[in-house]
Design a binder for this molecule. Structure first.
Ligand code: HEM
Length: 129
């Protein structure tokens, strides 16, 4: 399963929707043809940004298909750079979908809030496998 669509209210009555991805889906987008990365749990498609990145193509290639949070923060990107992220945002990594990718013993050592589990329940029910 590639992604899960979820929608809800933002607390002020405005409907919002988000696409959730699994890390294994992000990991497949690791080439110049299609390059995704994760920063702070959000998924970015930076394919069209590769050649424009002031820090160069190579550093993005090194993080391709991976969680690039640490390297993004290590550089100390400016607020302009953080603002630019919005242009490339395509969805979130859902915490429960991350767990599905963990080895079994580690799944048991994690705890979640009830509301998160409730949302996750709907996602798990809609899984194809
Ligand atoms: C979509 C994600 C990213 C965006 C929008 C972005 C944007 C930018 C921008 C605008 C700059 C110019 C300096 C600044 O304004 O901070 C920059 C520089 C740089 N970025 Fe990124 N960046 C991204 C991801 C990354 C990642 C994952 C790395 C991994 C190491 C990285 C490494 C660098 C480096 C090394 C520089 C040069 C810093 C310097 O010359 O002082 N960037 N980036």
């Amino acid at each position: 399963m590639a992604a899960v669509e979820a929608s809800g209210s933002d607390g002020q009555g405005v409907e919002t929707s988000v696409t959730y991805y699994r890390l294994e889906e992000v990991a497949k987008r690791n080439s110049l043809k299609e390059l995704w990365l994760v920063i702070h749990g959000r998924v970015y498609d930076v394919t069209r940004f590769l050649q424009e990145h002031p820090g160069g193509e190579e550093v993005l290639m090194e993080q391709a298909g991976r969680d690039a949070t640490e390297s993004f923060e290590d550089v100390g990107h400016s607020s302009d750079a953080r603002e630019m992220l919005k242009q490339y945002y395509i969805g979130d990594v859902h915490p429960l979908l991350v767990i599905l990718d963990l080895p079994h013993p580690r799944r048991h050592s994690l705890r979640f809030s009830l509301s998160l589990l409730h949302g996750g329940e709907q996602i798990l029910l809609s899984r194809a496998c």
